[in-house]
Design a protein around this ligand. Structure first.
Ligand SMILES: Cc1cc2nc3c(=O)[nH]c(=O)nc-3n(C[C@H](O)[C@H](O)[C@H](O)COP(=O)(O)OP(=O)(O)OC[C@H]3O[C@@H](n4cnc5c(N)ncnc54)[C@H](O)[C@@H]3O)c2cc1C
Ligand SMILES: NC(=O)c1ccc[n+]([C@@H]2O[C@H](COP(=O)([O-])OP(=O)(O)OC[C@H]3O[C@@H](n4cnc5c(N)ncnc54)[C@H](OP(=O)(O)O)[C@@H]3O)[C@@H](O)[C@H]2O)c1
Length: 377
């Protein structure tokens, strides 16, 4: 077998195995990714093929990880920077990027539509995980005739390497904002959200005006690779965490070897509304000691009190563990609906009271220690 670089995957194929299997095994590991379908297909390939291949005595092993191959990325200069890039492109002079793909990622029973959108920035608008881009939708601002629309912010849902692993793309998780007339209950397309509909309707090759990157609140602190990160998301608030988790578990990055605990709480309406579930289930299977994944399906599950199951109910269920983890330095992140924060604060205060702790003091300490990260919209 040919010598492989330290972080590549060694694959031994015995003589006599059929060529199609050999080709597909090698195809899975030849790191030339041109589309974002890689993640699910690798997990599928490994799951189904491992079962099939066991009987054929084919050994798959990674030199770097005991059993889980990661994608080796060529480190970008960004890895050496001390500070994240900020506002490289401003609203007056945005960067014109190109849509690579737009994919609906929720099932037919999801209320509303959420799309995974990949854009090509050619490596010209680098960013760190947890940052956002601004998008200026085409057309005129109705409130300021003659001027462009205001910028809308979208959290980036990929790592700095993008879904293409080459540092040239960024991905978004966008919910199409639809307006329903409160009196008739009918959709009024004239009042649908401008930018989310522009993005979800766009086609590969379309141009999109980008500003940013912006934001420092949701950056992933990487100083301690053994840290605990508790991530709370409602809906599209999942975006920054998808980036974190790909950096932790999918990419092999020389400067960040994560070996701590990432605990994700995701709140969506129902099973059809789950976002990036295949990726998260794969991490659960491959890194059971480093990843936890809990769901709050508001319209499918009931809380203890018989109401909708929300992320704050899940936080309450695991409050003892969460409080202990916070006491030992865990980071906690909240991203998604603004409306979740009052309920979450109430829950945390109630738990603190039951534990004989003062929530206000604890919260101010968490903020002071930079353990508390909130980005809601
Ligand atoms: C830091 C940050 C990160 C974000 N990340 C994401 C993300 O990852 N994914 C995501 O989907 N969103 C995200 N958002 C929200 C996003 O920026 C937009 O606000 C959202 O997409 C709606 O923008 P729009 O242009 O589609 O709607 P707008 O055109 O701005 O309209 C806003 C709302 O008003 C309604 N509306 C329009 N006209 C009327 C009217 N006449 N009367 C009553 N209502 C009306 C629309 O239906 C819509 O619901 C983020 C926001 C912030 C601040
Ligand atoms: N127009 C506005 O003022 C406004 C404000 C915020 C967001 N938005 C837009 O709404 C869309 C949000 O879509 P999304 O997919 O990110 O989220 P979403 O699907 O609306 O919500 C995700 C989950 O959060 C739950 N949830 C709702 N209220 C909550 C609360 N108070 N506490 C905890 N959980 C709560 C929802 O439950 P249920 O739905 O079952 O209750 C659902 O399970 C985006 O288009 C965004 O821009 C609009």
């Amino acid at each position: 077998m040919a010598q492989l670089a330290a972080s590549q995957v060694a694959v031994t194929v015995p003589v006599g195995s059929d060529l199609s299997t050999r080709r597909s095994v090698f195809k899975t590991h030849s790191i030339s990714f041109h589309d974002k379908s890689w993640a699910p297909s690798l997990s599928l390939d490994l799951k189904t093929k491992n079962a099939r291949l066991r009987n054929r005595h084919i050994i798959c092993q990674s030199v770097q990880q005991a059993s889980v191959p990661k994608v080796t990325v060529s480190p970008l200069n960004l890895e050496d920077a001390k500070e994240p890039p900020l506002n490289t492109y401003k609203p007056k002079e945005p960067y014109t990027a190109t849509i690579v793909s737009v994919e609906r990622i929720v099932g037919p029973k999801a209320p509303g539509e959420t799309c995974h959108i990949v854009i090509d920035h050619g490596g010209n608008v680098p960013y760190w995980e947890g940052q956002s881009y601004g998008i200026i939708p085409p057309g005129e601002n109705p409130k300021k005739p003659g001027s462009p629309h205001n910028v809308r912010l979208y959290s980036i849902a990929s790592t700095r390497y993008g879904d293409t692993f080459d540092g040239k793309t960024a991905s978004f998780c966008v919910r199409r904002a639809v307006y329903y007339d409160p009196e008739t209950g009918k959709e009024d397309p004239s009042k649908n959200g401008v930018c989310s509909n522009f993005l979800c309707n766009s086609k590969p090759g379309d141009k999109v005006r980008v500003t940013g990157p912006s934001g420092k609140i949701m950056l992933l602190p990487e100083d301690n690779p053994n840290a605990t990160h508790i991530m709370i998301a409602t809906g599209t608030g999942i975006a920054p965490y998808r980036g974190y988790l790909r950096r932790m578990f999918m990419e092999s990055v020389p400067t960040f070897k994560f070996n701590g605990l990432a605990w994700l709480f995701l709140g969506v309406a129902n099973s059809d509304s789950l976002l990036y579930d295949d990726e998260f289930k794969k991490y659960l299977k491959d890194y059971p000691d480093n990843f936890r994944y809990d769901l709050a399906l508001s319209r499918e599950q009931k809380s203890k009190s018989g109401g909708k199951m929300y992320v704050q109910d899940k936080i309450e269920e695991y409050s003892d563990e969460i409080f202990k983890l916070l006491d030992t330095g865990a980071h906690i992140y909240f991203c998604g609906l603004k409306g979740m924060m009052p309920g979450i604060q109430e829950t945390l205060k109630r738990v603190a009271d039951q534990r004989g702790e003062n929530w206000e003091e604890k919260l101010s300490q968490l903020k002071k220690n930079k353990q508390w990260h909130v980005e809601v919209y």
